[in-house]
Design a protein around this ligand. Structure first.
Ligand code: KG4
Ligand code: ZN
Length: 325
């Protein structure tokens, strides 16, 4: 079995995965959403302190499995430096105490493997990762063959939902709150511009749209928020759809997946389904409970890394907060 730990942002999570079968034997996550909600976003130092409390508590529950563990895996990149350190430090302590090898897992690869929790892998895949930290299109052939086709030049898709929600005083995380509010709004009410529409670049940008939303909020009243939320969600989604359409002119999709916390967004899912239909491409999604950050996806990657012998030593494993794919 492999013990896996996730602490790259505001979720403290630990899982135990059986190596031979990929079965998930234990998974627990303690979210900090409530604590960060009052600030309208994640406060890194507060997050680190909450991880330091939560992770050892969850680890204690894993004690019955300790004598069966063959490795300990931990998210070591990318993420918030002060929170990654909490998980990595605990993983190193476990590795030393139980004398088992250590695996450093990339969080973005984790999101890709959230598709395969308790399942066989399925490659090749075109993957759209939409989370609080990333908006990225990738061609994935295997664990180690991942080509990034497009990424955001500034804010991410999920982050733009968080920032718009914060400007409207809705709370954090903004994604589900904006999605809910948008249900009662008109998508065409505000004529926000689709970002980078004239640009031939396969890239994303959400900072301009966020500013347009800020201006609309400043000019309007809370009665306008539902229409603003609906129009924003529409344009944020159309930005992705337009760029994917451009990419598909060159590479027709066969098997497409959406992963990451914001892959829970129903409007985005629906629009991507429509986009894929003429190609006859299949759409893979993670189970809703594994879209947002969790340790089960880290454990699933760790099984692959274990089988390939991709271990790190306690001395060498370091955090890489900004590492990209
Ligand atoms: O993957 P995740 O849990 O953490 C990161 O790795 O960043 O993603 C969290 C992000 C937040 O920005 C949150 O607002 C967004 O995912 N999110 C959504 C929805 N649910 C979560 N964004 C849009 N629509 C949603 N339904
Ligand atoms: Zn994530």
């Amino acid at each position: 079995m492999i013990l896996s730990i996730e602490s790259s942002c505001d979720d403290s999570a630990v899982a135990i995965t059986e190596i031979a079968t990929c079965r998930l034997l234990f998974h627990k996550k303690i979210s900090q959403e409530l604590e960060h909600s009052v600030y309208g976003g994640v406060v890194p130092e507060l997050a680190a302190r909450l991880h330091a409390e939560a992770l050892p508590k969850i680890l204690q529950e894993c004690e019955p499995y300790f004598d069966k563990l063959k490795a300990v895996a931990v998210t070591s990149s990318p993420g918030l430096a002060v929170t990654l350190v909490e998980g990595v430090t605990m993983a190193k302590a476990v590795a030393v105490a139980l004398d088992i090898p250590l695996l450093g897992v990339n969080h973005l690869v984790g999101h890709i493997y959230s598709l395969f929790i308790e399942k066989e892998t399925r490659f090749p895949l075109t993957v759209l990762l939409v989370s609080g930290g990333h908006t990225q299109v990738m061609e994935v052939k295997s664990l180690t063959e991942i080509d990034t086709i497009a990424k955001s030049m500034d804010d991410s898709f999920g982050e733009s939902f968080d920032k718009c929600a914060k400007m409207m005083g809705l709370g954090y995380p903004g994604g589900p709150l904006i999605q809910e509010l948008a249900k009662n709004g008109e998508r065409k009410k505000y004529n926000f511009t689709i970002p980078l529409q004239q640009s031939p670049l396969l890239a994303f940008s959400y900072s301009g749209l966020k500013n347009a939303v800020r201006l609309a909020i400043e000019k309007g009243t809370p009665d306008d928020y539902a229409d603003i939320a609906a129009s924003f969600e529409h344009i944020a989604t159309m930005h992705i759809i337009k760029k994917l359409k451009k990419y598909f002119l060159h590479v027709a999709p066969k098997c497409f997946a959406i992963v990451g916390g914001a892959s829970a967004n129903l409007y985005l899912r629906g629009e991507i389904e429509k986009l894929l239909k003429p190609y006859g491409a299949s759409l893979l999604l993670s189970e809703l409970k594994y879209c947002s950050d969790n340790a089960a996806m880290i454990g699933r990657v760790a099984v692959e890394m274990y089988e390939k012998g991709m271990f790190s030593s306690v001395e060498d494993l370091d955090i890489s907060p900004r590492s990209e794919l």
